[in-house]
Design a protein around this ligand. Structure first.
Ligand code: FES
Ligand code: FES
Length: 171
């Protein structure tokens, strides 16, 4: 007997995507395999590493721990959705490049999602808030310092653009 499928309509990076999914299909598998949004990575598949992080209605979530059907009617942002509308890297993404905040890059999509969620909620965070925001994301390569530096640098650049005060100097 074939598995029952369920209709979903999920806004992904600003576009409503529809489909029919098995109840047990994870959100990350739907994003990667059905929508071909392969920027979201799969690491541990049990909620530990954060590589699969996406935003659900603006909050970072583990997409390996959610079923696609649970996202029905919600808004999902993947790492692809963080770029500028013309496809160029956002200030945050560019700051990761400028501070060498990635080596193998496996953790990077999840780190960017965690960082973007922080900057959306707290545009000028403290270093402690930055470390706390990425505390649930594992990186095996960088030692984390350059990732913290990237987020500080992005906050400073964004403050400069808006003429506001920052806790940090742009590099
Ligand atoms: S793959 Fe989801 S937390 Fe590791
Ligand atoms: S850059 Fe390799 S895991 Fe973070």
């Amino acid at each position: 007997m074939s598995e029952k499928r369920h209709a979903v309509a999920i806004e992904v990076n600003g576009v409503t995507r529809t489909g029919e999914v098995p109840a047990r299909l994870s959100l990350v598998d739907w994003l990667r395999d059905e929508l071909r949004l392969t920027g979201t990575h799969i690491g541990c598949e049990h909620g530990i590493c954060g590589a699969c992080s996406v935003m659900l209605d603006g909050e970072p979530v583990r997409s390996c721990l959610m079923f696609a059907v649970q996202a029905d009617g919600h808004r999902v942002t993947t790492v692809e959705g963080l770029a500028n509308p013309d496809g160029t890297p956002s200030v945050l993404q560019d700051s990761f490049c400028e501070t060498h905040a990635l080596q193998c890059g496996y953790c990077t999509p999840g780190m960017l999602i965690a960082a973007q969620a922080l900057l959306d909620a707290v545009p000028q965070p403290t270093e402690a808030q930055i470390r706390d925001a990425i505390g649930g994301n594992l990186c095996r390569c960088t030692g984390y310092q350059q990732i913290v530096d990237a987020i500080k640098h992005a906050a400073a650049r964004l403050a400069r653009k808006t003429g506001s005060e920052s806790n940090f100097e742009a590099l």
